[in-house]
Structures are given as structure tokens and as C-alpha cells.
Design a protein. Structure first.
Length: 232
């Protein structure tokens, strides 16, 4: 069993396409479950999610990392796959996760992203991000993992201490602890659609600066907030 965790917050315009893509996978539906962990949405996110997910519940821990942690605790699967409510998953995504964990030494797997909003600027931004991710992986210096496209062995993830409940940088920080639990693998074929709406609305450089500022200050700061943004 593979458990797919999807954190959400006021995602009524996006979550259906995410969950539909997860519902139409090459792996038989009885071999994976979908859990939506909601941050207290005030729109129809949960109502929509219940049409597709096996379980929908409100998170009790803080931040998006806390939502993923809550999902892991409720999950039945030995493998945990994580994505976001505004992402689109290819039909073989869950199957790719399953294949990557046939190696018992692997503790975490992650992959690249492509922009859902098609533009030259968006493609260029994510090309840089994916290149940065590959450089870190193949040089074994860092693991630029994204919470929207990663998977863990549940027992190893819990032993590592799970996600820190911080505003930004939690997905990169957990990888530094997961490497002590086993191999971390980058799978270039585990590619998903990533929403660039944050960067289009708030600006790429401004968003990256805020993220770097928060990470540099330990993941939390009073000056900026990275999660639960409002979008037009």
C-alpha cells in the first residue's frame, strides 16, 4: 500500500484536477490511498476532496509540514508519497514511486517539476530549479527536494523525526535527516506539473527572496509569511 498525502487550504479551484490525476493512475486503485489533510479551508475544498479521496480531515499540527505529518500518522501505507493540491500528477506517478522503492536501501525519492502555467519565463525558472536539484544530487552536497514531489518509507520518516512545522525550508531540511536512514534517490522520470501562480502573482524574485530569507532565519520569521497565501 502506498499512501498519497495532499495538504490543502482554500483550493476549490485546483484540487479537483489534482485528485482526478491521482485517481487515474496506472497502478490499481486498491494499491494506494489518497488522504487530503486540510488547513481549515473556508471554501468548498473539503467538499470537492471527499468525491475523490479515501480520507479528508482537518490538520491538528501547524504549517504544511504539520499537515504532511498528520497525514503520515493516519496513513495505512508503508510508503508515503507527498504532493500539493495545486499540482497535476502524470498517470504513472504512483507506479514510479513503487518501482523506486523496490530497492530496500532507498529511504526517500524525489523528482523534478514542470510549470502548469505555460510560458517561457515559467519554463526557464523551473529549468534552473531542476538543474539546481540535479547538481545537488549528483554532487552529493545537498538534496533540493520539494514536498510536492517526494516519497518516503514511513518507518524511516518517523525515525528521522518527520517534518519540522515551519513556514519554509522544511522539505529540504528533512532530506538532511533522511540521508541517515538510507539512500536518497532523484528520479528524473518522476516529473509533475507544478503551479507557478505564486510567482506570477507575487513575482519570482520577490517570492524567492522571501523564501531564502525565511530559510536563513530558521524557517520562521515575523517579517514574511510563505504559506497560506491568498491568490486571485
Amino acid at each position: 500500500m502506498i499512501s498519497v498525502i495532499v495538504p490543502s487550504f482554500n483550493e476549490e479551484e485546483n484540487i479537483a484536477q489534482c485528485l482526478v490525476s491521482l485517481s487515474h493512475q496506472t497502478l490499481p486503485r486498491n494499491e494506494y490511498e489518497i488522504l487530503v489533510v486540510d488547513g481549515g479551508s473556508t471554501d468548498k475544498t473539503c467538499e470537492i476532496a471527499r468525491k475523490y479521496a479515501d480520507k479528508v480531515f482537518i490538520q491538528t499540527s501547524k504549517k504544511v509540514g504539520g499537515a504532511r505529518n498528520d497525514g503520515v500518522i493516519a496513513a495505512r501505507g508503508e510508503i508515503i508519497a507527498s504532493t500539493d493540491a495545486d499540482c497535476i500528477l502524470p498517470p504513472d506517478w504512483v507506479e514510479r514511486v513503487k518501482k523506486d522503492f523496490t530497492d530496500p536501501a532507498v529511504a526517500q525519492v524525489y523528482g523534478p517539476v514542470y510549470p502548469i502555467e505555460d510560458s517561457i519565463g515559467n519554463h526557464f525558472s523551473l529549468l534552473l530549479a531542476n538543474t539546481f536539484s540535479r547538481i545537488g544530487y549528483y554532487s552529493s552536497t545537498f538534496y533540493y527536494t520539494l514536498g510536492c514531489n517526494t516519497a518516503f518509507r514511513k518507518d524511516a520518516f518517523i525515525r528521522a523525526g518527520m517534518y519540522r512545522c515551519i513556514d519554509a525550508g522544511d522539505d529540504i531540511e528533512i532530506a538532511m535527516r533522511m540521508k541517515d536512514q538510507g539512500k536518497i534517490r532523484f528520479d528524473g522520470r518522476m516529473k509533475i506539473g507544478f503551479s507557478m501562480r505564486r510567482y506570477q502573482q507575487y513575482g519570482t524574485f520577490k517570492s524567492l527572496y522571501e523564501w531564502l530569507y525565511i530559510v536563513a532565519h530558521g524557517g520562521e520569521t515575523q517579517k514574511y509569511a510563505y504559506t497560506q497565501k491568498k491568490y486571485k
